[in-house]
Design a protein around this ligand. Structure first.
Ligand code: PEP
Ligand code: MG
Length: 574
């Protein structure tokens, strides 16, 4: 059966490939169907994995040192009990039998079902046991995979795999970076969620908010992901397929043409220089930064170094990552944002469940509450500053005292390095993200304390409009063109410039072609975005007449009617 689903595009382009259904977690686990006759063998393999995990726990229990804290034994005991429970040791056998899927996949499906049950417990203690259950599952998964690495079904080379999932966390998306997928589509998710932002950094077409895709699509079905229109075509007929192949090659051609602009200096028609920086999540992203000819890294989201692991990266490990970026950027600016953890970016087992994580102990709030974690990161960043042009960026500030405390801790980190005779840039600049309306409205108190600012429009929109950026039920209300958002953005740019404080935009608005001229008209001269967006933004900058853009941008600011705003924007972009 062929059909079409509509969602929100988060990464442009067109891709054609085969559906690969995945669960929201543990993407590295193979998912494949098994023939009827292989079911008993697969159940046997599952049982062997469970036995091995039990043996490991028994061994651990016997080796507990006499001086170990009492909780240690209790925790192993709990894991053993969970593993004995039929919900983990038997239910996956039924899933293997009924759904004819491999053991790992069956286990992950059961983990998700249990996870939902845990999340509904009223008692916070019981709710938090979800993490223990996941750890037990991981132990069995490891045992299973150690026994025999399962082979995914062989796919013909002409078709790429397109991931189809109900939902993916930013941590899941991070795992995509190690695979060659053609595209990805999900049932839920907002366009500026961190999952979507990561998808964009992979530079593959992606659509979120498709609602029932995961249920309606079967493994191996042919899909067209049209990331330009936000359309997913399932089992296209030959005519539609041919049309999309044509569009795909045209799109590729356009992308190649853009590549020629790599070394062209970014400037508007009158010669005003514009800085185009790149956002990265990991040092591996630097190849794309160089390919796009970015003039610097405007946002290094360091929290991704902290994800998909049980422990925290130590000072040396972080230092090496930051130094690699500083060195490879060879003297060009590298803005390293301190840990912005919380909300949709969780740290395994390090953050307690919060009633409202987006308004909770997130980003700078978390770092100030955990000064040891913060100091470790600050020392690592400072040490890396010796190898390039590094700046420190503080996320989510709302109060002046947060900046004051952070500055005290930076001083403390410097002293600690002085005591160890380690070098760092003594003139390192410190700035903050303006992403809470309170900070945008009370800008002078930040300007006074800091050397630069960067507007995080993703959160600024989320907090101004009270729209959860990860929730597709309210995604239609997430609007960068809302007059309140535009007023705040324009006001921050204007106030910062009057005070001679450099200001950038590093949220998704910076990479949105429809908004480039508007932001230029507001006076913005530094944009930071995903490398994949940089060259098309540069092309737009090169064709912008600032003298014409400025008055139109002011008219947009004065407009209080959405229809009028859109009309003016269309004129601006004509
Ligand atoms: C933002 O909020 O605009 C931003 C750049 O930070 P993040 O998307 O990582 O929250
Ligand atoms: Mg933010």
């Amino acid at each position: 059966m062929n059909f079409v689903l509509h969602g929100s595009s988060v990464a442009s382009g067109i891709t054609i490939g085969q559906a690969h259904l995945v669960s929201s977690a543990r993407l590295e686990v193979a998912h494949y169907e098994i023939p009827e006759e292989a079911v008993p063998g697969e159940i046997f393999r599952f049982d062997a994995g469970v036995s091995r995990a039990k043996q490991e726990l028994a061994l651990l229990e016997n080796q507990i040192p006499a001086d170990a804290p009492a909780e240690f034994g209790a925790f192993i005991n709990l894991h053993r009990m969970m593993l004995e429970d039929s919900s983990l040791s038997h239910a996956p056998r039924e899933i293997i039998r009924e759904r004819r899927c491999n053991a790992e996949w069956a286990l992950v499906q059961q983990m998700e079902t249990l996870g939902e049950q845990f999340a509904q417990f009223e008692d916070p203690y019981l709710r938090e046991r979800k993490v223990d259950m996941q750890q037990v599952v991981e132990r069995v998964l490891k045992a299973l995979m150690g026994e025999r690495t399962p082979l995914a079904p062989k796919l013909s080379d002409e078709h790429k795999l397109i991931v189809v999932a109900h939902d993916l966390s930013p941590a899941d998306m991070l795992l995509f970076k190690r695979h060659e997928y053609g595209g990805f589509v999900t049932d839920v998710g907002g366009v500026t969620s961190h999952t979507a932002i990561l998808a964009r950094s992979l530079n593959i077409p992606a659509i979120v908010g498709l609602h029932h895709a995961r249920h309606m699509i079967r493994e191996g079905e042919l899909l067209i992901v049209d990331g330009i229109q936000g359309v997913l075509v399932v089992n296209p007929d030959p005519l539609v397929l041919a049309e999309y192949r044509l569009r795909q090659s045209q799109h590729e051609l356009e992308r190649k043409k853009l590549g020629r602009l790599k070394s062209t200096p970014a400037a508007t028609l009158d010669g005003t220089a514009i800085e185009l920086f790149a956002n990265i999540e990991l040092p591996q992203d630097l190849d794309k930064v160089h390919e796009a000819g970015a003039q610097g890294v405007g946002l290094f989201r360091t929290e991704f170094l902290f994800m998909n692991r049980k422990d925290l990266p130590g000072e040396d490990e972080q230092y090496e990552a930051y130094r690699e970026v500083a060195r490879k950027m060879a003297g060009k600016p590298v803005v390293i944002r301190t840990l912005d953890i919380g909300a949709d970016k969780a740290l395994d087992g390090h953050i307690e469940a919060m009633p409202n994580p987006a308004l909770g102990l997130r980003a700078i709030r978390y770092c100030l509450a955990e000064p040891h974690i913060f100091l470790t990161q600050l020392r690592a960043i400072l040490r890396a500053s010796h190898h390039g042009c590094v700046r420190i960026l503080l996320p989510m500030v709302a109060h002046a005292h947060e900046v004051d405390q952070a500055l005290v801790l930076i001083r403390q980190a410097r002293q600690q390095l002085d005591e160890r005779c380690l070098a760092y840039d003594k003139r390192i600049e410190v700035g903050a993200m303006i992403e809470i309306p309170a900070a945008a409205l009370a800008l002078p108190m930040f300007i006074k304390r800091l050397q630069f600012l960067s507007i995080g429009t993703n959160d600024l929109i989320q907090y101004t409009l009270a729209i959860d950026r990860t929730d597709d039920a309210v995604a239609h209300l997430y609007d960068p063109l809302h007059p309140a958002v535009l007023q705040l953005v324009a006001q921050v740019i204007h106030t910062a410039q009057r005070a001679h404080t450099p200001v950038a935009v590093c949220g998704e608005m910076a990479g949105d072609l429809a908004l480039t001229r508007l932001l230029l008209g507001f006076g913005l001269r530094n944009f930071s975005m995903h490398p994949s967006q940089l060259l098309s933004i540069k092309e737009r900058v090169l064709r912008t007449d600032l003298a014409a853009a400025q008055p139109l941008a002011q008219k947009v600011l004065r407009s209080s009617e959405v229809a009028k705003t859109r009309e003016l924007l269309a004129q601006l972009n004509a």
